[in-house]
Design a protein around this ligand. Structure first.
Ligand code: AMP
Ligand code: ZN
Length: 462
């Protein structure tokens, strides 16, 4: 067990709390997974990385973590107001594919992204479409307890029946009530949400099931309440997702579970804040967004992106820029090279590990933990001890530091010519031109560093 107790910020209580598991030595962790109608964008991946940082910190604190991640392959509509199309059915039309094949295709693409980012796979994956009976049973239980009503297009949760509906997001229900306009759907109140939607005859859905209320499909939120209860119980330790889940998805998961089981679903609620890309590159539904593959086209490896995400605290929004990504690439390259140059491992320095742990146990402060890493690099400790310590810290960092070796340097003639041209520009004190040429060299996958012995060329991390 680590000396610095683990503290985490719980969105439900809006404060940092000492983490204590519900069952000694064990942590039940549920993280909302992707809606598999398209590739994950790098913003989505920031959330999964934060969850991986959490998972590794929990493991390092000695907990046996049962990590459940769902795959949303039905019922997530384009509008949060429970109207609009099912994203999966739309995606199937877009791709000219069967919705089931579409789900398989994007689930595999997602899992490949997680592997490339060194994100530990969950202990258990669960798909919404594999748990229709569990979701129907959950809705039936809510019906028996008087929390539902039926309209022409579905079965809805009656949020006004729950006295503290919206607590997670601190929703101003009274304000909403006063400002309530006639709802576009058939809902009684603006925060009511669909538990089961009926298939519209004109829709010809590919994914639909019979239920006690009619043929249709589950609402998005019910899958997480039903599957987390099945695999982790009615109250488990930690539930995570992106910050956008606070006002609707997680609010509604809590409402369902509170109404049916009388618990707040999870003891801790953790949310990863957004990576901010400009609007056009942000939206998964627009189809025009940055994903891991787009970074690869710029010779930015997945582990560089992993490092980049560690440079900001998970509870702060993070602006995306190519410049900061490049800075992470340079930093990671330096770390790899340093560890490689240190040679054989010596012994782990416990003070450094403790300093690192104190930071990550302080609500996952990875930016400060990285500062501890750089202090180690600059310290006067022996190379062997630095190496052993850094390799130990890689249990948290997940950067494959021990596996890295410099690529054999084969400098193409084009790069060599650019390096000569850059030297000339520097001699002529035309630094703007020298910088431009450096950009061209980097675009070809090489870095150039000016040393006393002359320009040093290396391969960029990839
Ligand atoms: P989705 O596949 O759309 O259900 O989203 C998957 C996950 O990504 C959810 O946990 C979202 O909260 C999260 N997410 C969506 N956009 C961003 C973003 N720009 N930055 C970080 N996380 C995001
Ligand atoms: Zn969920």
């Amino acid at each position: 067990m680590s000396a610095q107790p683990l503290q985490l910020f719980d969105t439900y209580e809006r404060r940092i709390r000492l983490f204590e598991p519900l069952k000694a030595g064990f942590v039940g962790l549920y993280t909302c997974g992707p809606t598999v109608y398209n590739y994950a964008h790098i913003g989505n991946l920031r959330t999964y990385l934060f969850e991986d940082f959490l998972r590794r910190v929990l493991m390092a604190n000695g907990y046996d973590v049962q990590h459940v991640m769902n795959i949303t392959d039905v019922g997530h509509l384009t509008s949060d107001a429970d109207s609009g199309d099912d994203k999966m059915e739309l995606g199937a039309k877009r791709m000219g594919m069967n919705a089931w094949d579409l789900a398989t295709f994007y689930t595999e693409a997602f899992q490949k992204d997680l592997t490339a980012l060194n994100i530990l796979p969950p202990s258990l994956w669960c798909k919404a479409t594999d748990h229709i009976p569990e979701q129907i049973a959950f809705v039936a239980d809510l019906e028996t307890k008087g929390f539902t009503y039926q309209t022409a297009d579905g079965v809805y949760f009656d949020s006004q029946k729950l006295s503290d509906y919206g607590h997670l997001a601190r929703l101003d229900i009274e304000g909403l009530r006063q400002g309530a306009r006639v709802d576009p759907g058939a809902r009684r109140f603006v925060t009511d949400f669909a538990l089961w939607k009926f298939s519209a005859p004109e829709d010809q859905r590919q994914m639909e099931w019979d239920s006690p209320w009619g043929r249709g499909f589950p609402g998005w939120h019910i899958e997480c309440s039903a599957m987390s209860a099945k695999y982790l119980g009615d109250l488990f330790d930690i539930h995570c997702g992106g910050e956008d889940h606070i006002p609707i998805h997680h609010t509604n998961e809590i409402a369902q579970t509170e109404a049916s089981r009388g618990t707040r679903l999870a003891n801790f609620w953790l949310h990863g804040y957004f990576l901010q890309l400009d609007q056009a590159k942000m939206s998964k539904s627009s189809g025009d967004f940055l994903r891991l593959e787009s970074l690869a086209e710029h010779r930015i490896s997945p582990l560089v992106y992993r490092y980049f995400c560690m440079t900001a605290h998970y509870r702060t929004q993070m602006a995306f820029s190519w410049e900061s990504l490049k800075a992470s690439q340079t930093a990671l390259n330096r770390l790899y090279q340093a560890a490689f140059d240190w040679g054989e491992s010596g012994k782990v320095l416990p003070d450094v590990v403790a300093a690192f742990e104190a930071q990550v146990n302080d609500d996952l402060n990875f930016p400060r933990a990285l500062a501890v890493v750089w202090e180690l690099v600059k310290s006067k400790a022996s190379d062997g001890d630095k190496k052993a310590t850094l390799l130990k810290l890689d249990d948290w960092l997940g950067l494959d530091i021990g596996q890295w070796a410099p690529a054999e340097l084969v400098v193409p003639a084009s790069v060599a010519a650019l390096v000569v041209a850059r030297q000339q520009a520097r001699k002529d004190r035309d630094f703007a031109a020298a910088d431009l040429i450096r950009g061209e060299i980097e675009a070809l996958g090489f870095s150039v560093e000016d040393t006393r012995e002359g320009p040093k060329i290396a391969v960029l991390a990839s």
